[in-house]
Write a protein that binds this ligand. Structure first.
Ligand code: PMP
Ligand code: GLU
Length: 394
């Protein structure tokens, strides 16, 4: 028996694979420190957990509207207003995580053979999701010199008659790059001129450091009809397991998304939706505490990695990743094995430093490794000590 052509052209998630490998090695008794997973280490805030328990007791355990409960869509609409949004609750579909929201957006906009412009480094799921939608990724490489951000001229040059969508992700997974407001102004001009759709994945927009002045694409009325805005509760509220993401867009895109979702998952988990109502009412001190922690950790990991001989790395301005260039170690050998790639170097670090990172190949950046600092200071200190010592063996 053979699996489908569709299944055979998709690769499994490389980030989830690292997390699974860490779990396996730990079961074997290895003291692996995980810097692979892109998920906050904080517990989900108490108030959200309490709201979930109440939702079960109140019997909110049945199907909800496909697009999500109205109360949640209303809260999301109000929340987005702080970024300049005019989306109404009718222009929002709640999904089972932001990952589903991105796929919904691609399904709703792409025809077979359409081109989707994808700036690299990119989040590992985008190219696979583009293939799932039958479209073709056109990779737009952004270099370390521009802090991994594409330029408006680059975007303009990449747009062809076949371009349907741009995927835009700021703050970025995996680089931590954040486009400034003025940079976004310029990118938006190109989007407006060209008439293409833009899927703006803003899942890390609450996690911006150094007071960088940035913007959501929903602040630009001139592209309101072209925008499919993705966000979710996983990262900002430490709710990765609850699976709540959402998409905001005008008609006809939002209607298409609603229709598509109605046939493959229907509503996101009812209990998680009710719990999410509480997330929007959280005391800002709870979120500020997490953000402060992340900034300390960012400062620490940046200082440490930028001092390791052979590594170059721009300062990440948001999300919880740092993306060092490790190409200087390629061609070096250990115990008779020569390390030719970030993949090989990541394997070496797993073996010799007991530290799990994600190789840049997962993100279209084969000279880099992604290190997540969504773990305790203690873990970060030990892991970077161990990485530094291991690199010293090469
Ligand atoms: N977009 C980006 C850029 C991400 O890093 C993630 C991480 N999981 C997602 C979307 C998906 O988030 P969720 O857990 O809500 O599906
Ligand atoms: N997005 C996170 C990451 O990049 C979680 C894993 C995943 O869904 O890819 O690690």
């Amino acid at each position: 028996m053979k699996t489908s052509v569709f299944a055979n052209k998709i690769e499994g998630s490389k980030t989830l694979a690292v997390t699974a490998r860490v779990a396996e090695l730990r079961r074997e008794g290895k003291p692996i420190i995980g810097l692979g997973a892109g998920e906050p280490d904080f517990a989900t805030p108490e108030m959200i957990c309490e709201a979930a328990k109440k939702a079960i007791d109140a019997g909110y355990t049945k199907y909800t509207a496909n697009a999500g409960i109205l109360e949640l869509r209303e809260k999301i609409a109000v929340y987005l207003q702080k970024f300049g949004s005019r989306f109404t609750s009718a222009e929002i579909v709640v999904s089972s995580g932001a990952k589903q929201a991105v796929l919904n957006a691609l399904f709703a906009t792409c025809n077979p053979g359409d081109e989707v412009i994808l700036p690299a480094p990119f989040w590992t799921s985008y190219p696979e999701q583009i293939k799932m939608a039958g479209a073709e990724a056109v990779i737009l490489p952004a270099s370390e010199e521009t802090e991994f951000k594409i330029t408006p001229a680059q975007l303009r040059d990449a747009i062809t008659d076949r371009t349907k969508v741009l995927i835009f992700n700021s703050p970025s997974n995996p680089t931590g790059a954040v486009y400034s407001r003025s940079e976004i102004d310029e990118i938006v001009k190109v989007i407006a001129e060209s008439g293409i759709y833009v899927i703006s994945d803003e899942i890390y927009i609450e996690l911006v450091w150094d007071n960088v002045e940035t913007a959501s694409l929903c602040a630009y009325p001139e592209i309101a009809g072209q925008l499919l805005l993705v966000n979710g509760l996983s990262k900002a509220y430490s709710m990765t397991g609850w699976r709540i993401g959402y998409l905001a867009a005008q008609q006809p895109a939002i209607g298409a998304v609603n229709k598509i979702q109605s046939h493959y998952t229907s509503n996101a988990c009812s209990i998680s939706q009710y719990a999410s109502l509480a997330a929007f009412d959280l005391d800002s001190a709870v979120l500020d505490h997490m953000k402060e922690e992340f900034t300390h950790r960012r400062d620490y990991v940046y200082e440490r990695f930028s001092k390791i001989a052979g590594i170059s790395v721009p300062k990440p301005r948001g999300a919880f990743y740092i993306f060092p260039n490790v190409a200087a170690f390629f061609g070096k050998s250990f115990n008779g094995t020569t390390l030719h790639s970030a993949l090989a170097l990541s394997g070496f670090l797993l073996e010799q430093a007991n530290a799990a990172v994600v190789p840049g190949e997962a993100f279209g950046a084969p000279e880099n490794i992604r290190v997540s600092y969504a773990t305790s200071m203690e873990n970060l200190q030990s892991a970077i000590d161990q990485i530094e010592n291991a690199l010293g063996l090469l």
